[in-house]
Design a protein around this ligand. Structure first.
Ligand SMILES: O=C(O)[C@@H](O)C(=O)COP(=O)(O)O
Ligand SMILES: [Zn+2]
Length: 210
């Protein structure tokens, strides 16, 4: 896909996320890897109303070279895209249920969302590290996210929200949607003794689809 098509797709998927309540107001940001740099949603922009022509462009060294001023979370996106060379895009949301799990889970603890359904395992995998709280835009978060993202497609920022990568922009959006639904399910079933997928079932899914 060329840059113009990616800009149009970013605006279309941002609007779709916004229309379905995965993002409200100006919350969230999205980046896409290009052959000659990165696209990033502008700071204080609404994912529901992105103008493809005004989406920020960053050079391979992450300096701002076009469009509106980029998201203040450049460090967050750089952390993931440099840790995961196979990732083509990163989606950060404040989607309600994933953010709620990020308020409940202790940073450093394993598996804040249990493997309840196959699609969660297929889209997110086994690992979902919880990164300790940082003020939005604080460059100090970069090292922690970078280390965690080396072995995880997605991370949860404590008291903030999810950061999800994908091979393509569409993959990253689908994974962010699936993470939100899995978080909703986990909260709905919290304490109810729900049956989880067994380690062997998780292994089988990852061997087949991972
Ligand atoms: O939570 C925040 O402030 C940011 O992480 C965010 O979601 C929106 O920031 P911008 O992308 O700079 O608008
Ligand atoms: Zn945020």
């Amino acid at each position: 896909m060329d840059e113009a098509a990616l800009r149009a797709q970013l605006a279309m998927l941002g609007a779709s996320l916004f229309a379905r309540g995965y993002s409200v107001g100006t919350a969230g940001n999205i980046s896409v890897r290009l052959p000659d740099g990165y696209l990033m949603t502008p700071t204080n922009s609404c994912l529901g109303r992105l103008d493809p022509a005004r989406i920020s462009k960053l050079a391979p060294d992450w300096s701002h070279i076009g469009g509106d001023k980029p998201s203040k979370e450049v460090f967050m996106h750089r952390a993931v895209l440099t840790a995961r060379p196979d990732a083509g895009a990163v989606v950060h949301l404040h989607s309600t249920h994933a953010t709620a799990i990020g308020c409940l889970a202790e940073p450093g603890t394993a598996a804040p969302i249990p493997p309840l359904t196959p699609y969660f395992v297929m889209r997110i995998g086994r690992a979902l590290p919880v990164i300790r709280y940082y003020r939005p835009g604080d460059g100090a978060m970069e090292a922690d996210i970078h280390d965690a993202a080396k072995s995880a497609k997605a991370v949860l920022l404590a008291n903030h929200g999810p950061v999800v990568s994908g091979r393509t922009l569409e993959d990253a959006v689908h994974a962010a949607e699936e993470l939100e639904e899995a978080a909703r399910l986990a909260l709905l079933l919290r304490g109810a003794g729900a049956r989880e997928l067994t380690p062997a079932q998780v292994d089988d899914l990852l061997a087949t689809f991972g």
